[in-house]
Design a binder for this molecule. Structure first.
Ligand code: ZN
Length: 415
């Protein structure tokens, strides 16, 4: 039933949305001759990035032109940039199941004050306020301002926080080193955006004195899976349809059948009608298995085998800085150059030497990007380091295990 309905909706998308019309044409597929969902082509992220402007439903173009859509472009946490558009109504719909479960499991509701950190940088913004949420620029986690930021967090008295694991790790490490008793506590902390390790999970529970849950999501589709109190991440069935495929594209299992499988996750959004994602290869490797959990949730269980994972840049004197600083810089560059950087990858070769791999729009002058990048390096350790820029003419694979999506530290020092 599920797949039939999605197949019908996909037909509409393949008739109307340029990116999908082109995909069928490029693959030589006559969509009208297909009889089931699994025969539709798989959309690779690279193809989507190359056809970004063609992936808007025609009836939403007017909304786009009048600035009435939500744009999620600014997140560069995977090292690849794609502007994601949502209508307000669809975005809210994509969040319903997540909110129901937050309430059911952790007693957290939309009215509760929430704190988060953001990488988005428009120059000087340090905080952003929207309804009962407060966002803090990740720049304020730098060693020289973290003490003040902790004071701000303390005064905000947020009920819960949404953290990337690397942010929580940084905050917790600082608090453990400088305080006997943590000045910050939350009722609940939710993790997303990167792989959550057991160490970070336990440290956060201990330092913030809270319950924690891991959420697996992507800007393209919103929330994909959410952890219940028994430690299982259940698929958000009302928001996504998931297929697990092998490298040849053969389907091994989906979110509605009774199979267990490990492979590439291919996602179909059930809620984003502005920018449709049908059979979209997200680029993560996951395992899905049958629901044997006693929490009462119906969704199959998902485990992320490889996902986004970050790292620190380290220096000879022991100073370290989280690699999110580079995301912030490229977010800034993309903001003022209208999204010309499609992918970046930085390798720290030695304490003072970095390689920067870039895939940028043809029209933009690389030297201009380099100049912007170097001007934004406000940190003394980075400012006095050498950066070597290399360019590619297409999206690139970063490494086999896909552990580090935008940064890799190759210095010998272990952190
Ligand atoms: Zn469960």
């Amino acid at each position: 039933m599920e797949k039939e309905k999605l197949f019908e909706m996909a037909g509409e998308v393949y008739r109307n949305v340029p990116a999908y019309i082109n995909l069928a044409r490029d693959r030589n597929i006559d969509i009208t001759s297909l009889t089931e969902f699994g025969q539709l082509p798989i959309m690779e992220k690279k193809y989507m990035i190359d056809h970004e402007t063609g992936n808007i439903a025609p009836e939403m173009i007017r909304e786009y032109m009048t600035g009435n859509l939500i744009s999620k472009r600014t997140s560069g946490s995977t090292g690849q940039y794609l502007e994601i558009l949502w209508s307000d109504a669809d975005y809210k719909r994509s969040m319903i199941e997540l909110w129901l479960r937050r309430g059911q499991y952790y007693d957290i509701y939309p009215k509760d004050k929430m704190l988060y950190f953001y990488t988005y940088n428009d120059g000087n913004t340090e905080y952003e306020y929207y309804k009962n949420t407060i966002g803090i620029n990740k720049r304020l986690l730098l060693e020289e301002c973290i003490e003040e930021t902790i004071e701000v967090i303390k005064n905000v008295k947020a009920v819960w926080a949404l953290f990337q694991p690397s942010v929580a790790a940084l905050l917790c490490a600082y608090i453990k080193k400088h305080y006997e008793k943590s000045p910050i506590s939350f009722k609940y902390v939710e993790f997303s955006g990167e792989v959550l390790t057991e160490t970070v999970r336990e440290t956060a529970m201990q330092v913030f004195g809270c319950k924690v849950a891991d959420q697996y999501g992507a800007n393209e589709v919103g929330s994909i899976a959410y952890e219940c109190p028994y430690g299982n991440k259940h698929i958000m069935r009302s928001n996504v349809f998931i297929e697990i495929v092998d490298d040849a594209g053969t389907v091994l299992a989906n979110s509605e059948d009774l199979k267990t499988a490990e492979g590439n996750i291919v996602i179909t959004s059930k809620t984003n009608r502005t920018m449709p994602f049908y059979r979209y290869n997200l680029g993560d490797k996951v395992k899905i298995k049958n629901n044997s959990c006693c929490c009462g949730c119906g969704g199959k269980i998902i485990e992320v085998v490889t996902g986004r994972w970050n790292d620190y840049a380290v220096f000879e004197d022991g100073y370290k800085i989280h690699s999110y600083i580079f995301v912030e810089i490229f977010d800034f560059i993309n903001k003022i150059t209208d999204g010309t950087v499609k992918q970046f990858y930085i390798v720290q070769k030695s304490y003072r030497q970095f390689d920067v791999m870039l895939y940028v729009d043809d029209e933009i002058d690389g030297e201009y990007i380099e100049r912007l990048f170097l001007t934004k390096l406000e940190n003394e350790h980075l400012k006095t380091s050498e950066f070597i820029f290399r360019y590619t003419d297409q999206l690139f694979e970063v490494c086999n295990d896909k552990k580090y999506m935008y940064f890799k530290n190759q210095t010998s020092k272990e952190w």
